[in-house]
Structures are given as structure tokens and as C-alpha cells.
Design a protein around this ligand. Structure first.
Ligand code: ZN
Ligand code: ZN
Ligand code: ZN
Length: 697
């Protein structure tokens, strides 16, 4: 029943926002939700006219018919329609599609676009004053991304189905992310640890109970590494009976700058490291905080600003409010000095803001009762980071002491906080200063007496495996993907079983390795980091109105088409899947073939569907187990990470992550492992390393 007063219709993306926005705008406004996209490319065909002008052929998304019919009715009744989908390229495109889907094209005058960064009464009411036309540049940037992703997926995926397994997908950004993980795994596998030693001298200080522990630094000629026990023994022999004396005490004051408020990328990184949230979970919970929380006694209100952003900008209102809050709660000396003008490197037209609380006086403690545990934890993280970002730098004092012993020098240092500044509110692993050591009252003439040495053997560590947090950090640093794509990219490669997560680490699976190999060999551009980063810049240039979107596709598609044609020829001869083995099916006597499952290779009977026999497939390495003499085979952890284990498992528990070599160690006769282009003795105490012989390549 339409009443005379309902003259305006506001359409938002998500139904959870409807209630709050209705309340803010009052009775003259009807509010409805589009439930995300309403039109998209068809599922059954590519839907892009590659013969002519690359025009996308959009269709109504299946299941959205009823919703659109009802929106159409509401729109027809309204005098004005406000399209209030999310404030980014995706949202702009949804609004543009809504105009077509709701048949508003012929009455375009009554239709306008509004955006707000936060679901609060002020922001929503204010947005009506800035109602505008659809920004076709933003829409085009979204169209270009959609079409690029579609042609890559649509043209390359069938090659993977043919060669590896049906249903696999190749995506533009996801393939680069997979490549980064594979490259890192190769680096780790190729890493040869180097031995080094530390030497600590425990020194008794006159008048103190606790000894001072100083670490060997070097000698008069400079800093020195101790590479092995022999070098270490030479030093300790030389130091026998030599007095330890304080040579120099140096005190320096350092400052630590407060962090910037959160962007999508930094929020995902901190969500992972501080709260142990996956990127997907961080985004899900942030979405809830943004869309609105029913606060006891206050109704529904959005607690944070829009969650997809790469801006660290703060609105003037929010800036003033947080400074007043800090002065009030912590004192004037905690209010941060304003950044010098000109320091901002944001794109001018960027209307976005950092992720921040919509009202800083709404402290985590005040809203705790209205939030779930997860919402509370994430809100607290966002609130603290925002407040800290406007606080003064922390200052601390570092005292370094050089202690001489003969011609050798030992070193010890301690850090003391002079002013905690922003760290009063927010610390993360990056800005916690080094641990304090008790060194008060140490002077140049303080007498030290040698007590004991502590010698320790170490090995340099390989680069760390990627985690979700470090992958997001590197994707952003390389300019690959955008705030809206980090989480979906990671979710996709995990869901496709290309990558598996154990503890926090991401490991490539056998399937991921096979897909990456095909991509790297046949589509070097698609998996090239720089190429992908340039593509993102071009998409930005479309959004800025500097490049027509179809130009991107025109420049890209013919090369893709040629690469696909070439790959089809090359791959014709290569069969990874369905390769026949000498394993005979115990049911029907056929030779079993290799297939790819979600967890890697397995053996299947080619007599399918008459014979449905399958068996685990263990690729033999041709190397005997050093424990029991059986074959060493390729195995997978429960989560799909590859390792080399004994055929005789579980009776024999031998396992290594690196591929065993057929060459035995010439020094001790033990097994050798492949690490990149080298062979390394399995026995660490032997330590023999040599180049990998050519015939093993
Ligand atoms: Zn069979
Ligand atoms: Zn064994
Ligand atoms: Zn050896």
C-alpha cells in the first residue's frame, strides 16, 4: 500500500542496512536492498563479443527476478530514486546495472546516486545533499576488471581441465598469488642453512646480584661473525684470564611514530597476527560493524566506516573529535603533532577514508554488551589503532655499552621508555621496543669480573612461509589487487586446494604446483607480478577517466588469444592426468591411470564406470629409505602439503620435506637432499654440500 508521503526510494546493497537507514531518513523514504549484484555476465558462455567491440552481454542474475519485479514496482511509485550502493567501483557498477534492470533509463531524471562512508544519521542525511549522476569512469573500471577476469578464466581454465582435472580455474590475480607462494616455497626448498655461533660473557658487576650478559661483537677492526667452533675456540682461548672493562657507554634517544589508521590491507594483516582471524573472517566481521549494530537503547548504527579502502585519510570532523577525546582522556601531551602539509600521497579524487570508528567516544567498553566476541575484538583493534594514530610519538632511551676484553669487544644494550605516547593505547609486534635489561648505575669505572662464557651454535633460517597476513602485505606492496580483492583471492586459492593452510602458514599443494607450472610455462604475462601491477594501474586510470576501458581489453585480448592457441599446441603432447602406470587393477586387470583429486594425484581404474576402483598413488623416488631400505615415495600431509616418506609408513616413520637424491654423500655415505641447485647431506653434523649433478636435473 503506497501512501502519499512515501515519495522517495533509497536502494542499498545489503538488507541489514535497511532498518537503520529507514530510521535515519524518516517517513518520506522507502528503503530497499538489491542484495548485491543484479546483473552479470552469463555463466554458460563467455558473454563478451571478442569478434567486434568486446561489448559485455549482461543478463539478470538467476533468482533475482522476483526481487527486481518488486523493486521496479517501488521505483515506479517513487518520485525520486536514490541509488545508495557501496561507495566503491563495485557499488557504482551495481547502481548502474540497477538503472537498466529497473527500467529507469527513460526516466533518468528522477534517479540519482548517493554515497556515504558510514551508516550514521549525519552521513546518510548529508549524502542526500550531494546526490549526483552515476560516475561512468568508476563503472567502466569495474567493467574492465570484470571482463579481464572473465576472459582469463574462460580461455585458460579449459586447458587446465584437459591437462589436470575438470573444474579447475585460472584467475588473473589468483594465479599471481599462487605463483608468489610457489616461488617462496622454491626459495625455502633451495635454502642452505649457514652455521654461526654466538658467544655470551656473563660478568659480575660490583655491588649487583645479577650478572651482566654481554654478547661478542667483534674486535678493534670491526664487527665479526663467528662461523664455526674453531673460530670460537680461538677467541675463548685468547680471552683466558683477560680482564673485561667498560669501554664506552652511549645513550641515545629514539622516537617511534604512531601507526596510520587502518586500510583494508593493514586491517587484514593485524586481524591475522593480533586476533588470529583469516582475511575472510576479518572482512565478514568488519562488514557487520559497518552495516550496523543494534546498540542497547540507541537503535541500529554503523560502528565503523566503509571497510574496503586503501586510504589513510581522516575526515576533518573525525580528526577534531579524536583530538578532543585524547586531550580529555589522556592529557594534552598525548595529542599528536599534526602531519606536515604535503606529506599526503593520496590520490586527490579519493573521497575515501581510512577504516575508523564512526564515533570515537563510543569506546569498546561502552559497546561491548551489544557485540559478539569477534565483533568486540575487531572493533577494539580498529578503535585503538585510530586513537593511537592521532597520538604523540613514543620516546625511548637506548643505552649501549661496549666492553673490551683484550682486543675483543662485547656489547650489551637496554631500552627504557621515556614517554609512552601512542603506545599507551596501541602496540603491535612491530612497535614493541626491545626487552629491558637491568643496567642502572653502570659507570665507566664500574668493576666487572668474568664469570663464564655461554657458547651457542645457530643456523641461518630460510625465508618464512607466507601467511595470509604476509601475502596480503606483499600483494599490496607489489601493487597487485585492490582492497576488494585480497580476501577473495586468498579464499579462492584455498577453496581450489591449490594452497593449504597449516597453523598460519600457506603451503602449495601438488595440484597447485601442477597448475602453477602450466601457467608459468604458457602464460608468463598473466603470472608476471609487474604485468599484473601495471594492469591495476591501468584500471585506476580508467577510474580517473584517463583511459577508455575497452582500450585495456583491446590491448590484452589478442595476446591472450595467441598465448592460448600456442599453449593448446604445446600441451597437446603433454598429459599429466590419465597417464598409464604399471599398477594393475586388482578387480579387473586393467592398468591403473593417474588422476588428480582435491588432495593431489591418485590411481583410478580406466574401466570407470564399470570398475570404480581407486588407490592411493605413491610416486617412487628410486631412493631407498635410510631407516628400513624400502622405497621413498611422495606423500601428502592430511592437508595436502607434499613430503617424502617411506613406502613402509606407518611402520617406518622416515620423512623429509626435500626431495632425496640418488647420489650418496661422498663424505659420510648418508642420504643427500636436493635444495635448489645443490645437494646437501641429510646428516647435519656432516654438513657436506655440492652442486646437483646434471643427470639429476
Ligand atoms: Zn578396475
Ligand atoms: Zn623406511
Ligand atoms: Zn654427509
Amino acid at each position: 500500500m503506497a501512501t502519499a508521503s512515501k515519495k522517495n526510494l533509497v536502494i542499498v546493497e545489503s538488507p541489514t542496512k535497511v532498518k537503520a537507514i529507514k530510521k535515519f531518513l524518516g517517513s518520506g523514504y522507502e528503503v530497499a536492498a538489491s542484495n548485491g549484484h543484479v546483473r552479470d555476465l552469463p555463466k554458460s558462455r563467455m558473454g563478451i563479443d571478442t569478434e567486434h567491440d568486446y561489448e559485455p552481454q549482461y543478463i539478470t542474475i538467476r533468482g533475482k527476478g522476483d526481487l527486481l519485479a518488486s523493486l521496479r514496482k517501488q521505483a515506479a511509485r517513487a518520485d525520486r530514486v536514490f541509488l545508495a550502493t557501496d561507495p566503491d567501483r563495485e557499488g557504482e557498477a551495481i547502481s548502474w546495472h540497477l538503472i537498466t534492470a529497473l527500467k529507469l533509463n527513460d526516466q533518468i531524471k528522477k534517479c540519482s546516486r548517493i554515497t556515504f562512508n558510514e551508516i550514521t544519521k549525519t552521513a546518510v542525511k548529508e549524502s542526500l545533499k550531494h546526490a549526483r549522476d552515476i560516475d561512468m569512469h568508476l563503472v567502466d573500471a569495474q567493467q574492465a576488471r570484470r571482463v579481464l577476469d572473465r576472459v582469463v578464466g574462460y580461455r585458460i581454465s579449459p586447458l587446465l581441465w584437459d591437462k589436470i582435472k575438470r573444474g579447475l580455474s585460472a584467475g588473473r590475480v589468483q594465479s599471481v598469488a599462487l605463483r608468489m607462494i610457489c616461488d617462496r616455497e622454491d626459495e625455502i626448498a633451495a635454502f642452505i642453512p649457514e652455521e654461526y655461533w654466538t658467544l655470551d660473557a656473563s660478568l659480575n658487576v660490583a655491588g649487583e646480584k645479577k650478572p651482566l650478559v654481554a654478547r661478542y661483537w667483534g674486535d678493534e677492526t670491526g664487527k665479526k661473525e663467528i662461523h664455526n667452533k674453531k673460530e670460537l675456540d680461538a677467541i675463548t682461548t685468547e680471552l683466558a684470564g683477560v680482564p673485561f672493562e667498560i669501554k664506552e657507554i652511549k645513550t641515545t634517544e629514539r622516537t617511534k611514530k604512531p601507526p596510520l589508521p587502518f586500510t583494508t590491507s593493514t586491517l587484514q594483516q593485524q586481524g591475522a597476527s593480533a586476533l588470529n582471524f583469516s582475511t575472510q573472517k576479518t572482512m565478514r566481521v568488519a562488514q557487520q560493524l559497518y552495516e550496523g549494530i543494534d546498540l542497547k537503547g540507541q537503535g541500529t548504527v554503523g560502528l565503523i566506516t566503509y571497510l574496503r579502502t586503501d586510504s589513510t585519510r581522516i575526515s576533518d570532523e573525525a580528526e577534531n573529535a579524536v583530538r578532543i577525546y585524547i586531550a580529555d582522556q589522556y592529557g594534552d601531551k598525548y595529542v599528536g603533532t599534526l602531519a606536515a602539509p604535503g606529506e599526503k600521497k593520496e590520490r586527490i579524487q579519493d573521497a575515501h577514508e581510512a577504516i575508523r570508528p564512526t564515533d570515537v567516544t563510543r569506546t569498546p567498553a561502552l559497546v561491548k554488551d551489544s557485540l559478539t566476541r569477534e565483533q568486540y575484538k575487531l572493533y577494539q583493534l580498529i578503535w585503538k589503532r585510530f586513537v593511537a594514530s592521532r597520538m604523540e610519538a613514543a620516546r625511548y632511551e637506548t643505552t649501549g655499552v661496549d666492553i673490551s676484553a683484550g682486543r675483543h669487544i662485547f656489547h650489551v644494550s637496554a631500552t627504557r621508555t621515556v614517554f609512552d605516547g601512542f603506545m599507551n593505547v596501541y602496540t603491535d609486534e612491530e612497535n614493541v621496543p626491545e626487552k629491558n635489561v637491568l643496567m642502572k648505575g653502570l659507570k665507566h669505572d664500574t668493576k666487572l669480573t668474568f664469570d663464564a662464557f655461554e657458547e651457542k651454535q645457530h643456523f641461518t633460517a630460510p625465508p618464512a612461509h607466507f601467511t595470509e597476513a604476509t601475502l596480503v602485505r606483499d600483494l599490496e606492496a607489489q601493487g597487485i589487487g585492490r582492497p576488494s580483492t585480497y580476501a577473495p583471492t586468498i579464499t579462492t586459492i584455498l577453496a581450489r586446494h591449490y594452497v593449504t593452510k597449516e597453523n598460519k602458514n600457506l603451503y602449495v599443494t601438488e595440484l597447485g604446483e601442477a597448475v602453477n607450472k602450466i601457467m608459468v610455462e604458457n602464460f608468463p604475462d598473466i603470472v608476471d607480478l609487474q604485468f599484473t601491477a601495471q594492469m591495476e594501474q591501468q584500471l585506476d586510470s580508467v577510474a580517473d577517466g584517463d583511459t577508455p576501458w575497452k582500450k585495456l581489453i583491446e590491448d590484452f585480448y589478442p595476446d591472450l588469444d595467441a598465448a592460448v592457441a600456442k599453449a593448446e599446441k604445446v600441451l597437446e603432447k603433454v598429459t599429466i592426468a590419465d597417464e598409464e602406470t604399471d599398477v594393475v587393477c586388482e578387480h579387473c586387470g586393467r592398468h591403473m591411470v593417474i588422476k588428480y583429486g582435491p588432495h593431489g594425484k591418485f590411481l583410478a581404474c580406466p574401466g570407470f564406470p564399470e570398475c570404480r576402483n581407486t588407490m592411493p598413488y605413491y610416486e617412487k623416488t628410486g631412493v631407498a629409505c635410510p631407516k628400513c631400505g624400502q622405497d621413498i615415495v611422495v606423500r601428502k600431509t592430511r592437508k595436502g602439503r607434499r613430503y617424502f616418506g617411506c613406502m613402509n609408513n606407518p611402520e617406518c616413520d622416515f620423512m623429509v620435506w626435500q626431495k632425496p637424491s640418488k647420489t650418496k654423500c661422498p663424505q659420510c655415505g648418508a642420504l643427500m637432499l636436493e635444495k635448489g641447485g645443490k645437494l646437501v647431506c641429510y646428516d647435519e653434523t656432516c654438513g657436506y654440500v655440492c652442486d646437483k649433478p646434471e643427470e639429476e636435473e
